[in-house]
Write a protein that binds this ligand. Structure first.
Ligand code: SF4
Length: 330
């Protein structure tokens, strides 16, 4: 089937089967254009949890589909491809517990540790965080969550993205370290797990210097998953949605170099927009999902094969919801 026929078939099938399709901003254009709703991970989970269709096709990565299931356990959530965020894969419950042990061995009691997990983590890790009294956060509300978490007077264990943890610490004038970097965790306000996003690691201070020299009036915009030294030199640092808001309000003639995922930057603004890297910053797992996968997933629902369905045990869901809900309550 060619692309036009495939798109047509998908539209017919989704309507007949009462399936909603949502897509993350980092998805390929061909998939993005078919979505009933597009957004960042939190917006997608919130929209999907309220959507009335019984089936949801989530075009994104695994932890995002899980977030819908955590919020709306009765909804049947499918993914065209079980793609997994590389950062979320860097931590599981075993690694999480190992890090807690390392802190205990450094002289910090377990009851004095308050974990905060970035939404880019599995339901199991979120559940562990929920059990320990901790929070989920996103890149747009991480500062607010850390302010609240610090009221407990406990040490914050921030997982899995070390860059987001370090960037928030710098913004708030707090001290931070990365588990295993040789420093004494007792001396840090925020102790970061050693995870990162390989896509946002691509942006470097040399790229900023290059653009500033070439276009002295250019604005540099980055995501807080970028390295702290990159964010420190940026004119604006924000979550995916915040970047979209910021860039859309710029006058057309304003040059801007953006340090985040390629598909999103490409769609955001055609004129005077530059990618802050000589390497194309595509998220490999986000790019795995194709139109053919979307079609196959719909056929599997139609034929009641129900492939690639997201399932979470009720015990895990319950505790992951506790951690997510603490964020919503704020
Ligand atoms: Fe994960 Fe990075 Fe891809 Fe986002 S861009 S889904 S954080 S690997």
């Amino acid at each position: 089937m060619n692309e036009i026929v495939l798109k047509d078939e998908i539209i017919k099938l989704k309507k007949a089967l009462h399936v909603s399709i949502v897509a993350h901003f980092y998805q390929k254009d061909e998939v993005f254009e078919l979505a009933d709703f597009a957004g960042d991970s939190l917006q997608l989970a919130q929209w999907a949890a309220k959507d009335e269709n019984p089936y949801l096709l989530f075009c994104g990565v695994g932890f995002m589909g899980q977030s819908v299931k955590i919020l709306a356990p009765n909804k049947r959530v499918f993914m065209p491809k079980i793609a997994c965020c590389a950062m979320a894969r860097m931590i599981d419950v075993g690694y999480f517990d190992q890090n807690v042990e390392i802190l205990k061995n450094a002289g910090i009691k377990e009851e004095d540790i308050l974990p905060v997990t970035y939404i880019n983590s599995s339901a199991e890790v979120k559940a562990r965080v929920g059990m320990m009294g901790g929070y989920v956060c996103t890149s747009s509300n991480a500062k607010k969550i850390i302010i609240e978490a610090r009221k407990s007077n406990k040490k914050i264990l921030f997982v899995p993205d070390r860059c987001l943890g370090q960037n928030i610490a710098i913004e708030m004038g707090l001290t931070s370290c990365v588990v295993g970097d040789g420093s004494d965790p007792k001396l840090s306000d925020i102790i970061c797990y050693n995870g990162f996003c390989s896509v946002h690691q691509l942006f470097d201070v040399e790229d900023i210097a290059f653009y500033r020299e070439k276009y002295p009036d250019i604005l540099i915009v980055t995501h807080p998953e970028c390295k702290p030294e990159v964010c420190a030199l940026s004119d604006f640092v924000g979550s995916t949605s915040q970047i979209i808001d910021f860039v859309q309000k710029l006058p057309k003639e304003q040059k801007v170099a953006i340090g985040t995922e390629y598909n999103m930057v490409k769609r955001l603004r055609s004129e005077n927009t530059y990618i802050l890297s000589s390497t194309k910053p595509e998220c490999p797992t986000m790019n795995e999902t194709t139109l053919q996968d979307v079609y196959n997933a719909l056929k599997s629902i139609q034929e009641e094969r129900f492939e690639n369905e997201i399932t979470i045990s009720e015990e895990t869901r319950k505790w992951a919801f506790v951690a997510l809900n603490r964020m919503f309550e704020l």
